[in-house]
Design a protein around this ligand. Structure first.
Ligand code: MEV
Length: 312
């Protein structure tokens, strides 16, 4: 049996502006992961692949699946990349502890875990850069213009400073820091938020270009704070990024309630994370207060919360 996994992720700074060429920072969440197990099926002919993913009620043969289904798509893509056209028969079993459609990278982590397990199973493990590139192709199914940050952070499984078209830079941390990730429970497809921002940008390019520039400047300052372990300043930058995300138009009433609650409970900083219009918010906290802050945010209506320590 061959097993591989990939972590969940959150965007720390720079979402949306990153689609327009500004830098962004994302970190993996190691407590959450997608895992893929591949076992050989000696009784079936070459080329037959069985796919099982209980979380989404999938139990099917690959050749019966719509080739545009993201799981079928990444399996075919990986086999093509490896130049394997008639692989030995196998069963691919997918499981994940990452909540689906919540901005935590569940689909991306599944793609990366499939690429890794399949290439390892066939004895041709792929370098991270190629794994990330393949996972990027699947991101395009979800929304047409992905920046590439999601596949990058999930593949490299390290805090990354990312700018479209450049090699990702792994950020070394001056000190670990603690985040609470809080789900509003409002599902928000990335494609919808990205499309909304695109329309607004088309309507008023100069305003949006300067908003994106301001975000880019915050991201560069945030990188410096992370590298120097300046956690209090990092929290202030999160608040500033949030103001810009509100101007970009991806805020929501539910996010507002959770962010306000977090601030009243004494966090260093809080902002939405990912596409916005629902989905998650993140709060940077003193670990000594994490429990009480998490409880306050839960009482304010978060459907799921997770405290995570960001480490190298
Ligand atoms: C989604 O995790 C982050 C966005 O910036 C979209 C992207 O970067 O592709 C909203």
């Amino acid at each position: 049996m061959t097993t591989a996994s990939a972590p969940g992720k959150i965007i720390l700074f720079g979402e949306h502006a990153v689609v327009y060429g500004r830098p962004a920072i994302a970190v993996p969440i190691h407590q959450l992961s997608a895992t893929v197990e591949i076992s050989s099926i000696s009784t079936s002919p070459l080329g037959t692949i069985h796919v099982e993913a209980h979380d989404i009620d999938l139990d099917a043969w690959l050749h019966e699946m719509n080739p545009d289904h993201p799981l079928a798509y990444i399996i075919h893509l990986t086999l093509d990349e490896l130049g394997v056209h008639d692989p030995p028969a196998m069963g691919i079993k997918i499981s994940s502890s990452i909540p689906i459609a919540s901005g935590l990278g569940s689909g991306t982590a599944v793609s990366v875990a499939i690429i890794r397990s399949l290439s390892n199973h066939l004895g041709q493990s792929l370098p991270l850069k190629r794994q990330s590139k393949l996972a990027y192709e699947v991101e395009k199914i979800h929304h047409g213009t992905p920046s590439g940050i999601d596949n990058t952070v999930v593949t490299y499984a390290k805090p990354v400073y990312y700018e479209r078209g450049r090699d990702p830079e792994i950020i070394s941390l001056g000190a670990p820091f603690t985040l609470i990730v809080c789900d509003t429970g409002v599902q928000s497809p990335t494609a919808v938020a990205v499309e909304q921002v695109r329309k607004s940008w088309q309507d008023d390019r100069s305003t949006f270009e300067s908003l994106f520039d301001e975000v880019g400047s915050i991201v560069r300052q945030a990188r410096d704070c992370i590298e120097r372990g300046k956690i209090i300043e990092l929290g202030l930058l999160m608040d500033q990024n949030q103001v810009l995300l509100e101007a970009i138009g991806v805020h929501s009433p539910q996010l507002q309630v959770l962010i306000e609650t977090a601030r009243n409970a004494g966090v260093y900083g809080a902002k939405l994370s990912g596409a916005g219009l629902g989905g998650n918010m993140i709060a940077l906290v003193d670990p000594a207060n994490a429990n009480s802050i998490e409880n306050a945010i839960k009482s304010a209506g978060a459907v799921r919360t997770l405290t995570t320590e960001v480490i190298e």
